[in-house]
Design a protein around this ligand. Structure first.
Ligand code: PLP
Length: 425
């Protein structure tokens, strides 16, 4: 399988090269040259088994192909239970049982397993750049923590991540450094994209990306949607809390290769770029506005290019999905209501999906829906606990991370200063 740029201005490359590069040289994102049709793999009790079957065609012909079973075993070491809520027909797909309690652990661990193998013979250290609105950075930091030959620079918007997220981001060993950027998530993303596209800087510092712009993070995210769909009744209609469109595109890729996934809708917070687009308005990227579902505070979703590429144009894309906004007041009300009526506690991101499910029901849609639960509520204790009126238990892995010391360095939203910092590391 070869990988091409969404912008069509770069030579096709193999998977290893696409993973190592992060961004394509023309500034586009790598996508598979064609979507393989695998149909539904036989039911497998194990996520790692389904992942292997789904990902094999994407690794065909690549030096990493013989390693894929081991890579899957390392990345998919945690279950993703799908369970029925007491509300009629809603299922929750729990993606938060990894070390940093959010779905991003899967992509980050998969990417780390790939890059670790690709770097074995390299002389220069590889510097991974990651812009994060909170959860990506922690997952990537945890996945690469202590890995020889690889360094990680995490950029996050200062004061716009939860205290526990900030603590996690600064809690890793010497090869993982956290930068708190004076600006928004989009500023962080611009710094990363700018550095990766800076050819002079690339000559001094070997860099790659670990954002969902890396195809090595997106591919594995197909696996849990595919796996869950094999255990659903009929086609699995899915609601995906969405920011940068990584998880949502992965879900649509899983559908495109033949997994039994039905309708897919994107739950957004008050950042309305995607809801407007799907309502028929022109695509208009903009700065993000801060919300309490901060990992979805994205005004210019970078995977939008992949989405449009998959369907071959904006009109066709509008027919393939649907997006709606849920504002902070509704997120709060949803969390409060379920805790009171059902004893279920959702993180603010998951709550956007739950709210969309409710809107479906109110509109008379009686079908079964699966909502992706993207993070554990304990990660957002300062928001969730006052709403539900009690302490939320902290998963053990998260507890361990929070017990470590943490620190972060300040950084201006300035490409030149960031390049200087990278050269000096
Ligand atoms: C990253 C994240 C999202 C958004 O996922 P995208 O792939 O960026 O669309 C939603 N919820 C949580 C908890 C996240 O960490």
């Amino acid at each position: 399988m070869r990988y091409v740029s969404t912008r069509g201005g770069a030579a096709p490359v193999g998977l290893s090269a696409a993973i190592a590069a992060g961004l394509a040289p023309d500034g586009g994102l790598y996508v598979p040259e064609r979507m393989p049709r695998i149909g539904a793999p036989p039911h497998s009790g194990y996520l790692a088994g389904t992942a292997l079957r789904m990902l094999e065609p994407f690794f065909e012909g690549d030096p990493l192909a013989p390693e894929l079973p081991a890579i899957c075993a390392e990345a998919f070491a945690y279950p993703t239970p799908r369970r029925e809520l007491r509300i009629d027909g809603a299922h929750l797909l729990e993606l938060f049982h990894g070390p940093t309690a959010a779905f991003k652990d899967f992509g980050a661990r998969f990417l780390a397993a790939c890059l670790g193998r690709l770097r074995r013979e390299a002389e220069r250290p590889l510097t991974i750049l990651v812009a994060t609105s909170g959860d990506t950075g922690a997952a990537v930091g945890a996945a690469f923590d202590g890995m020889p030959g690889v360094r990680v620079a995490i950029l996050y918007p200062d004061k716009r991540v939860s205290p526990r997220q900030a603590h996690q981001l600064g809690s890793f060993g010497d090869n993982v450094r956290a930068l708190r950027v004076a600006g928004s998530f989009d500023d962080c993303q611009r710094l990363v994209k700018g550095a990766l596209a800076d050819t002079a800087l690339q000559e001094d510092v070997a860099m790659s990306s670990a954002n969902s712009i890396s195809v090595g993070r997106l591919l594995p995210q197909m696996a849990y949607f595919g796996h869950a769909s094999l255990h659903a009744e009929g086609r699995m209609n899915t609601i995906v809390p969405t920011g940068n469109l990584g998880n949502a595109v992965a879900c649509l890729w899983a559908r495109a290769i033949g997994l039994p996934i039905g309708d897919v809708i994107f739950a957004c917070n008050a950042n309305e770029t995607l809801p407007e687009f799907f309502a028929g308005m022109p695509y208009r990227p903009r700065d993000a506005i801060p919300t309490i579902a901060n990992a979805m505070d994205v005004g210019a979703p970078s995977n939008f290019e992949r989405l449009v590429h998959l369907y071959g144009g904006e009109e066709a894309t509008r027919r393939a999905g649907h997006a709606e906004s849920v504002d902070d007041a509704e997120i709060r009300a949803t969390i409060r209501r379920y805790a009171a009526s059902d004893g279920e506690v959702f993180c603010p991101h998951t709550a956007t999906g739950i709210r969309l499910f409710e809107r479906r029901r109110l509109a008379g849609d009686r079908r079964e829906w699966t909502v992706a639960a993207t993070a554990h509520p304990a990660k957002f204790d300062t928001i969730v606990e006052p709403l539900v009126g009690r302490r939320v238990d902290v998963p053990e892995a998260l507890e361990t991370m929070l017990a470590r010391e943490a620190s972060a360095e300040p950084m201006a939203a300035d490409a030149r200063l960031f390049a200087e910092w990278l050269r000096a590391w």
